[in-house]
Design a protein around this ligand. Structure first.
Ligand code: PPE
Length: 316
């Protein structure tokens, strides 16, 4: 990954290499953390964070659902993030806030282990590759089903939950595909390992509903708004696996991935990036770069960087 200069850790701006934790941190052992993935784009308003409030609200919701009391208010975290981006001299970056149970107590009911928080920012390019973004990716339905609300909290973005995504991603990557599609416990289409999914058939657009164990993606919500504003009907409904094979277009979306066409599922060709996918890609890009006045309220301007960045690179 591409290093930046500072990381915000428990209220302080510390040099990147010094942002460390104790090996007995609770979250490291049990996955007791909640996080966000956010992006800042250098657009018409200067560097600006896309849907910052919504991401921080989801972070607070995820924390509440796992009984983690966040030690900072939303506005403190928002300002810490803007300041961190300015101090690192970045204009276009990925933002990763994380709150986790830290060091102090082991065992499963460790209410005395303190909640620690960090925010890191770094340059992160196309999550599923530039080529995939332009020409579409090959996806495979994973044999691993998405976590269900009877055993975990699909609506929360919690660290431990990602073992499920990692199993699916690893399986499909090892089989030579760019992304996994997970079904929910009932066998309906749920989402990608790190993206939500949309299916276009006969001019209508569908995406799985909340009851299909999805993470309620902020990009998903933005795309639904963009599609409806563009005159499309979007149904939030269950989608059968076989509907994927007959779809006119499929695309995935998420903060890291943005909007990515799917050109093949389980060896069934779908299409080259189709007209609806291309329209969503274009209008989403206009929104994130502040080029569409309908969506500038989604942007939180950061202000100009205090210095220019000199990124190092380390192996990830
Ligand atoms: N589903 C999952 C499981 C998921 O992880 C993400 C985001 C989404 C849907 C889309 O949510 P949103 O970003 O709010 O539109 N995945 C994040 C983490 C990726 C990672 O590898 O880490 C992201 O896109 O930032």
């Amino acid at each position: 990954m591409e290093k930046a200069e500072y990381i915000w850790q428990n209220g302080e701006f510390v040099p990147w290499d010094e942002a460390t934790v104790h090996v007995l941190s609770h979250g490291l052992h049990y996955g007791t953390g909640v996080f966000e993935g956010i992006r800042c784009y250098d657009g018409e308003l200067g560097p600006a964070i896309f849907r910052h409030d919504e991401h921080l609200l989801r972070l607070a919701d995820s924390a509440r659902m796992y009984f983690l009391d966040l030690p900072y208010e939303q506005e403190e975290l928002a300002e810490a993030t803007r300041e961190l981006i300015r101090r690192n001299g970045l204009r276009d970056c990925y933002i990763r806030p994380l709150a986790f149970r830290g060091y102090g107590e082991m065992g499963l009911y460790a209410r005395n282990a303190p909640i620690e928080m960090m925010i890191a920012v770094w340059s992160w390019g196309a999550y599923l590759g530039e080529e995939g973004k332009r020409h579409g990716i090959r996806a495979k339905v994973s044999s691993w089903r998405r976590i269900t609300s009877s055993s975990l909290i699909p609506h929360a973005k919690a660290s431990g939950q990602y073992l499920n995504s990692i199993l699916a991603k690893t399986e499909t990557a090892q089989a030579g595909y760019e992304e996994a599609i997970l079904l929910d416990e009932r066998g309906f289409v749920c989402e990608g390992s790190g993206e939500n999914i949309f299916v276009v058939s006969d001019g209508s657009v569908a995406t799985p509903p909340q009851t299909a164990s999805i993470l309620d993606g902020i990009t998903r919500k933005s795309v639904i708004t963009i599609l409806r504003d563009s005159g499309f009907e979007v149904a939030e409904r269950d989608i059968a696996r076989s509907e994927l094979y007959g779809a006119d277009e499929i695309f995935m979306c998420g903060t890291a991935a943005e909007v990515v066409p799917v050109r093949e599922v389980d060896e069934h060709p779908i299409s080259d990036p189709g007209p609806v996918t291309l329209l969503v890609q274009k209008r989403y890009e206009d929104a994130i770069y502040g080029r569409d006045p309908r969506y500038t309220a989604w942007l939180d301007p950061v202000g100009e960087p205090a210095r220019s960045a000199r990124p190092d690179t380390v192996e990830s």
